[in-house]
Design a protein around this ligand. Structure first.
Ligand SMILES: Nc1nc2c(ncn2[C@@H]2O[C@H](COP(=O)(O)OP(=O)(O)OP(=O)(O)O)[C@@H](O)[C@H]2O)c(=O)[nH]1
Ligand SMILES: [Mg+2]
Length: 448
């Protein structure tokens, strides 16, 4: 594939080629080189068969992992996966007999206390996986309360994540809606109770507050396709959130690109949107630190945005087409807007100093979600809009007469569309909207 640069390489060359003052360029490059060096070390542990390998394979691009074992003969049991700057340590938990438990416990303690070359603790986060299908979690509590938590150092609550796997078979397969890949109410209740009791046992044993989540990594049998995970986006969201900000970019290129993996989650939050927000924080707080380049971020990081879109498009449910636009939004500080999708109206409202929840935007969003989406060509129109609108808005923003352009679009198209919606003439609104997109599409050659 030509020109398909990896995300961090694309970011580097974008900075090199940026048309900005040398001082700012140097600042960006300095920040970037620091971010690029950051390694994430994630330990994944839990009893035999709880689903460590399945979870790693579902979350990450493990076909490209170099798998090895720790060099220290005493940690032979720990498998190390190298995904560029993302390093995974797959460590057996307890429950394999006294002698093995002793060894595994020692290995984990040693790893948790290991320092990196800068003198900081090597392991950023420990993901402890519990098997949700077993009643007896005694050895898991032993692992968490006696081995892991006492060795987490100062900031215990931010270095451990407890996840209950195999949610689908927690009641031996009963109350799992196989068709829609989600728990039915009785199982949901059962799992929520499990979460509460795990939380309580850890609090009682150690005084530490953890908020376990439940998920399913998906069952896989030799030669068969894997069944779809559940709540995997939720798990990824928490992993990213618990990872120090300056390290998060190393996730981008290594996330599983198969969008089937990310589809099914509970509805408690929009995890895709939140994953983007966590990544965006790294860009705005770390990459841009001290550099004053204002609104140019989007145009500078064009190719990096595309690379990010390719890499995480699956997770955020954007598909390949919208990947470009969504990737770009990571840089543009406009994630909410692109997920909301009213790009041109948003630009116009911004131009005229209106808030994001202004009447126009709210009306257009309602039109899109409650009517346009249900039309036979609705999805197609919306996707096409995602593909073209951000670029057009970028172009308009660069024109000296941008205010006049926005005024023209507003008078000739958007305000008329608004009237149509108010009068219930949705079909007319759609047709005028198509006309507007065709007009803008033609006009952009003038602005390019
Ligand atoms: N039904 C179901 N099965 C799962 C799930 N996750 C893992 N499994 C199955 O559980 C078995 C063990 O999974 P692994 O991923 O090998 O577990 P592990 O923790 O790596 O095991 P060890 O490396 O042997 O300690 C496999 O048959 C998986 O297919 C799940 O969410 N649901
Ligand atoms: Mg394994």
């Amino acid at each position: 594939m030509k020109d398909e640069k990896k995300f961090l390489d694309a970011m580097e060359s974008d900075i090199m080629n940026a048309d900005i003052p040398e001082v700012e360029k140097n600042k960006l490059m300095k920040n970037f080189l620091q971010l690029k060096e950051q390694k994430i070390n994630l330990m994944i542990t839990g009893a035999t068969g709880c689903g460590k390998s399945s979870t790693i394979n579902a979350l990450f691009n493990t076909e490209v992992a170099k798998v090895g074992v720790g060099v220290d003969p005493e940690t032979m049991d720990i498998t190390r996966y190298d995904l560029d700057n993302l390093v995974l340590w797959d460590s057996p938990g307890l429950g394999d007999g006294k002698e093995a438990d002793n060894r595994h416990g020692k290995n984990i303690i040693r790893k948790l206390n290991e320092k990196d070359e800068n003198g900081n603790l090597l392991i950023d986060l420990v993901l402890v996986i519990l098997d949700g299908s077993t009643r007896d979690l005694g050895t898991s509590y032993e692992l968490i309360n006696s081995v892991i938590i006492p060795n987490l150092g100062q900031d215990k609550e931010n270095r451990i994540l407890v996840a209950i796997n195999q949610a689908d078979v927690a009641m031996k397969g009963r109350y799992w809606d196989y068709e829609n890949n989600r728990p039915e109410p009785p199982l949901q209740k059962f799992l929520e109770e499990k979460v509460t009791s795990v939380q309580r046992r850890i609090k009682e044993g150690t005084g530490v507050n953890v908020t376990p989540i439940y998920y399913s990594a998906g069952f896989k049998e030799e030669g068969m396709p894997q069944s779809r995970p559940y709540n995997l986006s939720k798990l990824l969201y928490y992993i990213i959130k618990f990872t120090p900000k300056e390290k998060r970019l190393s996730f981008v290129e290594n996330i599983n690109r198969n969008d089937e993996m990310w589809k099914d989650n509970d509805d408690l939050r929009d995890y895709s949107k939140n994953i983007l927000k966590e990544l965006e924080e790294t860009i705005s707080d770390c990459a841009m630190e001290g550099a004053d380049i204002g609104g140019d971020i989007g145009s500078i990081f064009g190719s990096a945005g595309e690379a990010a879109g390719r890499a995480i498009g699956g997770v955020i449910g954007a598909g390949i087409g919208a990947g470009k636009a969504v990737g770009k939004a990571v840089w543009n500080n406009t994630i909410g807007k692109i997920v909301d999708g009213c790009y041109i109206t948003t630009a116009i409202c911004e131009e005229f100093g209106k808030p994001d929840d202004c009447y126009e935007l709210t009306t257009f969003r309602g039109f899109r979600d409650n009517w346009l989406k249900q039309q036979p060509d609705g999805e197609m129109l919306i996707t096409r809009y995602y593909d073209t609108a951000p670029k057009i808005v970028d172009l308009i923003n660069k024109q000296p007469n941008r205010t006049a352009i926005y005024q023209f679009i507003n008078e000739n198209y958007l305000s008329k569309c608004l009237l149509y919606i108010e009068n219930g003439e949705n079909e007319k609104c759609k047709n005028l909207y198509i006309e507007m997109m065709e007009y803008l599409y033609k006009e952009q050659e003038k602005w390019g």
